[in-house]
Design a protein around this ligand. Structure first.
Ligand code: PAZ
Length: 366
């Protein structure tokens, strides 16, 4: 990476600050509209003194080109966020659901994707009308009832994002609007957010050409920095900048009155507790929920100041439910198997209890 002469957006330790990030990366076109929806939603629930969970869900993308053909993605189907949102609603919270466009959504998640395509639940009756198969009537009626209740109370607001830039702008915007909620606000940050990105000043406009016959000139732009992705011979070279640490800003400046819960995803079991503790100390928020990629549906690690470390696990006996793929094969991959009990049904009540304690003790700022 070639550092250009312009160091205006670099903080004291050499890293870009959050404020500089927003000064140098474009505001998404959809932000004002989403902001207005969120404001009205928060006002309504603040008036009713209802708790509001801001749930983030799904992965963020990092586009390599302005007119995006190629992008880098973060792993997340949105299961954790969408499932948790339902349990928050059941616990009486309103939910602002900040999610990756086209990832799983509360309620409809029961009837989407290859393991539970909604069409597999349908049939024709004798008159030829499309109806739900008898065996699924009861389950679907229950999901529908809960969905309609959330809708009738205007208790669920869905706000989509795709790129890491859209996510960051939206999170900041929502966070700064949560003041009227006081301690009734809760951030549940389950989204898988990229740690690296292509700053606007280093983004190329057009699709990067792989053929040497069509290589574009390397335009270093007004800041004198090379594009973050370019061809060198037959290789695509990608050189990303670190995303500034936004959690500190969220805790200290954007939503200091709210309870804040972050998630930590790891693949190496020996690192999970260490990294979760590190995050809690560094950002001084209320709870880190650690999980491992392959066991995330069965167990999670709660790390908090007041309560130390404890595992929350799906009880033995409820660990597996056989799930059929579209072709009827039972899925062999552990990460794709589903437990009979959703771990979010254990996580969310614990989180709600901790939120009540923080409100009760008056620990959260007003
Ligand atoms: O969406 P999903 O259920 O497939 O996965 C959820 C998860 C593992 C992305 C989430 O629980 C999580 O850990 N989010 C934070 C990821 C991170 O460390 O940035």
């Amino acid at each position: 990476m070639v550092d250009g002469p312009d160091t205006a957006n670099i903080g004291i330790n050499g890293e870009m600050t959050a404020a500089d990030y927003f000064a140098t990366n474009p505001k998404p076109a959809s932000l004002d509209k989403q902001s207005a929806l969120a404001r009205a939603f928060i006002e309504q629930h603040a008036k009713q003194n209802r708790r509001v969970a801001i749930v983030t869900s799904g992965g963020t993308t990092v586009p390599l080109e302005n007119q995006t053909v190629r992008f880098i993605d973060n792993f997340s189907a949105g299961t954790r966020g969408a499932t948790s949102a339902e349990y928050f609603l059941e616990a009486g919270y309103a939910v602002l659901f900040l999610h990756r466009h086209f990832s799983l959504l509360p309620y409809s998640r029961h009837y989407s994707h290859s393991t539970n395509c909604f069409l597999d639940f349908m049939t024709h009756n004798e008159a030829g009308a499309v109806v739900v198969e008898n065996e699924y009537q009861q389950q679907m009626a229950e999901v529908l009832k809960r969905y309609q209740k959330a809708k009738s109370e205007n208790a669920l607001l869905l706000l989509p994002y795709t790129t890491v830039n859209e996510y960051l702008w939206l999170l900041r915007e929502l966070a700064m609007q949560t003041r009227p909620l006081g301690a009734n606000g809760l951030f549940y940050l389950a989204a898988a957010v990229s740690d690296f990105f292509v700053p606007a000043e280093r983004m190329v406009e057009h699709k990067i050409q792989s053929s040497e016959d069509f290589h574009q000139d390397m335009d270093t732009g007004e800041h004198g920095r090379e594009p973050a992705a370019h061809m060198e011979g037959k290789s695509l070279v990608i050189d990303l900048d670190p995303v500034p640490k936004f959690l500190k800003q969220l805790v200290d400046a954007w939503a200091p009155q709210s309870m804040i819960i972050s998630f930590k995803l790891e693949t190496d079991p020996s690192l999970l507790a260490k990294k979760a503790r590190y995050a809690l100390e560094k950002y001084s928020h209320h709870l880190v929920i650690g999980n491992l990629l392959n066991t995330r549906k069965w167990e999670v690690l709660f790390v908090s100041v007041g309560r130390g470390e404890r595992w929350i696990r799906v009880p033995a006996g409820n660990r597996t439910k056989s799930v059929s793929g579209m072709d009827g094969d039972v899925l062999e991959n552990a990460a794709q198997r589903e437990p009979a009990v959703e771990i979010e049904s254990l996580i969310v009540p614990e989180v709600v209890k901790m939120h009540s304690e923080l409100i009760g003790k008056g620990t959260l700022r007003k």
